[in-house]
Structure formats: structure tokens, C-alpha cells
Design a protein around this ligand. Structure first.
Ligand code: PGA
Length: 255
């Protein structure tokens, strides 16, 4: 699956223009599955949803969600609000939220549980910092983040869960992790997920990679065994570029 994370980009009119251009070139996955997701900022979700109409193969998501269903939480957005406007997945624990807004794994777990309860699919993001990577403690950091961010989730919830491995040093830097690093860490993540949820459930959980993916590097990344897709920032903002990334990524899994 290929998830567009628009971050704080695109007004409603810009979102509409993207969707109109994207629909002219987009083809659904040949095997009939939904393998594309678009996560606009909250204000453009409904516009994007309407612009895409009933096009098969594309889901709409949000970039965060609160852990309560309603209440006195000024400035926040809840799962039922998102459900009602057609959102089917939420990105939780993105490194930008962890870095700039004090997001902790504990709150990621609370957000995930409530989102799942409301029928949303959760994309939970984890990933080590540059300093952690240089110290060689990626596995330890990823382990801690997974255990705490998924606390309270049960094996029966795994069908509504995707893990996004996004090394902080690769996000928005133009320096994607190498396919070798991605393969190694995704294998470790699958092992940890098997410890947490049981062998079968753990292994079947999709893990997507994020961090400076482009139409040019996606094929090699997707050729790795434990990679089910990508969380795409910069390269998802232009319809042509995002579509090329999808097509090249699909090629890796079809051959
Ligand atoms: P990027 O962002 O593709 O621009 O590196 C990825 C992400 O933050 O999800």
C-alpha cells in the first residue's frame, strides 16, 4: 500500500486540483485491492473524499486522531468525526508529532485503541533518531516504541493495524534508508510483533517504510521481503510523481 501523507500542505482548492489530476492517471491495483491511501490535512479531507467520488482502490485517511470519542478537548478531532466524513484510516505517532508536539508512545497507544474501537485502520509510526542510529541502538528503540505504542492492543486488533517504520533521519531529508537497512529493521519488527501478538498475527501485520521515498528508489525498497508499502511525504504532493511511485512500487511485488 502507498499512503500519501500531505502533512500541513494543500488548501481545499489545492486538494481538489490534486484529486482531479490524479484521477486522470490513476489505475486501481490490478488484483482489485485498495492499495492507495491519501491523508490530507483535516480541512481538506471532505473535499478530497468528494473529489475522488466512488473511485475504487483509494482510501481517505487523517494524520492524527484524539484518544477520546468526544469531550472538552479544545482544538482536537475525534474518531467519530472522522468516520462520519468517510475516513477509513489514521496515521498515529508520526515522528513530527513525537518531535515537535511531545507525542509519547503512551498516547499513541491510547489513540490507536480508540481509533480501532471506532472501526478505523491505524497506521502506527515508529523509528529511531539519527543519534540512535549512529549509536547502533535502532533495534532497542524500535522495540521500546512498539511495546509502548501498541500497549493494550490484542491479537484480534491486528487486522486493523499497519506499522510504518520511519527512521527520523530519513524523513524529509532526501536520504532514504538503504534497502538493506530497511530489510533488516522490518525483519526485526516482524519478530517483535510476533512476540507481542503471536507468531501468525505478528508475521501477517503489514510493515510499510517511510522516509524520502521517490519514484526512483521505491522499486528496490519494495523488493525487500518484509516491506508492504510506503508512507510518502514529499513525493505524494504532486499527482504525477505519486502515481509514478505507485506504479514502480507495484512492479516490485508483481514480478
Ligand atoms: P518524506 O516524508 O517522504 O517527505 O520523507 C515521509 C513521512 O513523513 O511520512
Amino acid at each position: 500500500m502507498f499512503i500519501a501523507n500531505w502533512k500541513m500542505n494543500k488548501t481545499q482548492s489545492e486538494a481538489r486540483a490534486f484529486c482531479e489530476a490524479f484521477l486522470k492517471i490513476f489505475t486501481p491495483s490490478p488484483n482489485g485491492t485498495v492499495d492507495v491511501g491519501i491523508a490530507p490535512p483535516y480541512t481538506a479531507i471532505e473535499t478530497a473524499k468528494k473529489s475522488l467520488g466512488n473511485t475504487p482502490g483509494i482510501d481517505i485517511g487523517a494524520q492524527n486522531v484524539h484518544w477520546l470519542s468526544a469531550g472538552a478537548q479544545t482544538g482536537e478531532i475525534s474518531a467519530p468525526m472522522l468516520k462520519e466524513i468517510g475516513v477509513s484510516f489514521v496515521i498515529i505517532g508520526h515522528s513530527e508529532r513525537r518531535q515537535y508536539y511531545g507525542e509519547s508512545s503512551k498516547f499513541v497507544a491510547a489513540r490507536a485503541l480508540n481509533a480501532i474501537k471506532h472501526g478505523l485502520h491505524v497506521i502506527a509510526c515508529i523509528g529511531e533518531s539519527a543519534a540512535d542510529f549512529e549509536r547502533g541502538v535502532t533495534r532497542e528503540v524500535v522495540y521500546e516504541q512498539l511495546v509502548t505504542s501498541l500497549e493494550g492492543l490484542k491479537p484480534q486488533h491486528t487486522s486493523q493495524l499497519t506499522i510504518a517504520y520511519e527512521p527520523v533521519w530519513a524523513v524529509g531529508t532526501g536520504h532514504a534508508a538503504t534497502p538493506e537497512i530497511i530489510a533488516k529493521v522490518h525483519t526485526q519488527i516482524h519478530d517483535i510483533l510476533s512476540q507481542l501478538f503471536g507468531k501468525e498475527e505478528g508475521k501477517s501485520l503489514p510493515i510499510i517504510y517511510g522516509g524520502s521515498t521517490t519514484p526512483d528508489n521505491i522499486y528496490e525498497i519494495m523488493c525487500q521481503e518484509h516491506v508492504s508499502g510506503a508512507l510518502v511525504g514529499g513525493a505524494s504532493l504532486d499527482p504525477q510523481t505519486f502515481n509514478r511511485l505507485i506504479l514502480n512500487g507495484r512492479k516490485a511485488k508483481s514480478g
